[in-house]
Design a protein around this ligand. Structure first.
Ligand code: ADP
Ligand code: MG
Length: 683
């Protein structure tokens, strides 16, 4: 057997098990050996039966004295056994495993792990882990047991594939194949940073002898995970910089100044700084690849508009891509207002239009559309700038698509996001991007007053909203509960919003004008609802949680979020950013029916004045990275071993990757970790 062999080469693994393993992302034997436990059950305390205390989690080893099936009235069975180790006896109970009576007859030697409980006055083990001893010797570490009497690895499981099964297979394969596990890092480097050898780390991660062994193993494996991510993003950064020529733009400072003067406001310091960084990039003959991060309302659009203006003064086109049609419409209007006075023509491409036909002969200087534009971009000539709004929904692949050379050059790419990204994530995931951050809001914005509202205050909150919006220009958003956390607009979320909309209109606000918005409404109707809300013909807009992040409605002053505990702090902060855009005092009501102190404390954090990135970091601390960033919907890659809260290790991996990539050709084994096969031209 080889590491690279398919799992079906493993004895007793047929197509059925192969299929189940596939569900866990395991197809080769290597994958199986790299399926690491996510925790360990501590069964390392071995005790005699005599001294085992109620409440203790222990391992005892002894012989079956008697065992029998007992049938309950409901047709279930219990297996009652008595075990003796010479010091005393103990009762053991299992449920519905009548085969045990045959497979563990009196005289069998067993090792059993579990919590000692008391039934009546007698000590007993209920549903303990067990294994026969004597017939199977584990060749790793000192322990001769596998499922008991040690730190027992618990794996991510799937239906029909238990940790016990995985553990047994891995324990058999490791001694045979561990020597094939390659070390790709120089030994000097391992020593310098106190990292285990990879082979040892793999063995030790499955079967550690102590908690500190397990931690050492985890550290090395997590390092590898981060290192590979870093290496790949650094490689992308280098190849982007070296391989893709972009139009070198001339910056006419006078024109830039005149443009800035024409704006109805003065730029904030953060906007000025970001503008400068972007213009610096666009001067260069390599394609810009910059991420512009700033809270909702921090004014990213105007910064991008300035970049488009500069492209236009150089005789080039720009394209603007938004995640949704409504946002595309909004950008279109904003850009039209800003750019058309100078003579640049702004056009909107909607998803309904036949893009293929139209796009190649679009006459506009600035083309705005949804991300559907992305795939057609190659057809458009003379594009110097591509702006992608709300970047977290766009992956590496999409950016790479833009980078494909067209007519000898690629556009400069500016991605924008209001998603507050914790530092660890920025370092890991966006290592290939240059980062500009706008960390202040325009002057004069009032802090959005935020309250956590429990069930008992619901009615008075509704009353308060009515008083504010009825017969005034103020408006409110009501965001419905997030039923389904997937990124797409699912039927479940739509249904919840529709039901809530009817309830609110009929029972709560019969005297007000309500509108409903969700992703499954036809475009025409969406636009009409949105326009009505913008025009003040609606008092309240009820919507699903995933719809439209960046809408600009100056009169909207109230944001009510249902079941707010289901959102991350950063997400809530982003939703809240839909209000408070003008000089009026705005409010955010975080509804929750969950009374746990933990939830309350977490939501309370929004009442303070923390910035988006601060909230993101706090959320990472309070909920743990698994919950915040570990899911597919977060848009960040799922880590198998590492954790996004591990700043020290992430930094180390980056440092090492930076050093190694400078002389990558000296490290052929490491070079194999790079997925992108474009060679970097040396210059
Ligand atoms: P976001 O960063 O969320 O995309 P926008 O670009 O939509 O924010 O800007 C939000 C609002 O703030 C817009 O109405 C915009 O005209 C306004 N704005 C932008 N910059 C400034 C500024 N420096 N001073 C005052 N208002 C500004
Ligand atoms: Mg925006």
């Amino acid at each position: 057997m080889l590491l690279s062999d398919h799992v079906s080469k493993i004895p007793l693994v047929g197509p059925l098990y192969a299929k189940k393993l596939e569900k866990l992302g395991i197809s080769s034997i290597k994958d199986l050996l790299e399926h690491f436990p996510h925790r360990y059950q501590n069964f390392s305390l071995v005790s005699t039966i005599l001294t085992a205390q109620p409440g203790e989690v222990v391992t005892i080893q002894g012989q079956v004295v008697q065992i029998k099936n007992v049938y309950t009235r409901r047709g279930k069975t219990l297996q009652l056994a008595v075990i003796s180790d010479g010091t005393d006896t103990i009762d053991v109970t299992w449920f519905n495993q009548s085969y045990l009576v045959k497979s563990l007859p009196p005289g069998t030697w067993l090792s059993l792990s579990g919590k000692i409980s008391t039934i009546g006055r007698k000590r007993s083990l209920v549903s303990p882990q067990y294994e026969k001893i004597g017939n199977w010797k584990l060749e790793i570490g000192n322990s001769s047991t596998l499922h008991t009497g040690r730190l027992v690895p618990i794996y991510p499981e799937t239906y029909g594939l238990s940790s016990k099964w995985l553990r047994a297979k891995i324990a058999r394969l490791l001694p045979l194949l561990a020597k094939e596990i390659e070390e790709y890092l120089p030994l000097s480097l391992l020593e310098e940073h106190g990292l285990l050898e990879r082979r040892k780390a793999v063995e030790q991660a499955h079967f550690p002898e102590s908690a500190s062994d397990a931690e050492d193993a985890r550290r090395r494996l997590a390092f590898d995970e981060f290192f590979s991510l870093q290496l790949n993003s650094l490689w992308r950064k280098l190849s982007w910089k070296n391989a893709i020529p972009a139009p070198q733009l001339k910056i006419d400072q006078k024109k830039v100044t005149a443009f800035i003067k024409s704006l109805p406001f003065t730029l904030t310091q953060g906007q000025k700084q970001a503008t400068e960084e972007i213009l610096q990039d666009m001067r260069k003959p390599q394609s810009m690849n910059r991420l512009l991060e700033g809270d909702v309302g921090s004014g990213k659009t105007v910064v991008a508009a300035l970049a488009a203006y500069v492209a236009w003064t150089n005789g080039y086109k720009s394209i603007f891509m938004a995640p949704t049609q409504i946002l595309a419409n909004q950008h279109f209007n904003t850009l039209k207002n800003i750019l058309e006075p100078f003579g640049a023509e702004v056009g909107l491409v909607t998803s309904g239009q036949n893009l293929k036909l139209k796009i190649s002969n679009l006459k506009f200087d600035v083309v705005v559309g949804t991300h559907a534009l992305l795939h057609k971009v190659r057809l458009l000539e003379n594009v110097a700038l591509a702006v992608i709004d709300e970047q977290h929904r766009f992956g590496v692949a999409q950016r790479a698509l833009l980078a494909q050379k067209r007519g000898g050059f690629a556009p400069h790419v500016l991605t924008m996001t209001a998603t507050p990204i914790p530092r660890t994530i920025a370092l890991t995931m966006y290592g290939d991007l240059d980062l500009s951050v706008i960390n202040e809001l325009p002057k004069g914005r009032l802090k959005i007053k935020t309250w956590v509202v429990g069930q008992q205050k619901r009615e008075s909150a509704y009353k308060w909203i009515r008083e504010r919006v009825k017969n005034t220009s103020e408006q409110a958003f009501i965001v419905c509960p997030l039923i389904d956390v997937s990124e797409a607009e699912t039927l479940k979320n739509v249904k919840a919003a529709s039901v809530e909309f009817i309830r609110l209109q009929k029972e709560v606000f019969p005297d007000l004008r309500l509108g409903l918005l969700h992703g499954r409404i036809k475009q025409k109707e969406k636009d009409s609802v949105m326009n009505k809300f913008k025009g003040g013909e609606l008092d309240i807009l009820v919507s699903t949680p995933v719809v439209e992040v960046g809408i600009d409605i100056p009169n909207a002053t109230i944001m009510l979020i249902e079941a707010s505990e289901r959102f991350g702090l950063a997400q809530l902060h982003q939703l809240r950013g839909r209000v408070g855009r003008a000089q009026m005092q705005s409010y955010c009501l975080l509804f929750t029916e969950n009374r746990s102190q933990k939830v309350y404390t977490r939501l309370k954090a929004l009442e303070g004045g923390l910035s988006g990135p601060q909230l993101a970091d706090l959320d990472l601390k309070l909920r743990g990275p698994g919950e915040v960033y570990g899911t597919a919907q977060s848009g960040f890659p799922e880590l198998k071993v590492g954790s996004y809260s591990d700043l020290e290790l992430i930094k180390l991996a980056r440092e090492v990757a930076e050093k190694i990539i400078e002389q990558i050709d000296k490290h052929p084994k490491i070079k194999k970790l790079i997925k992108d096969k474009t060679e970097i031209s040396s210059n």
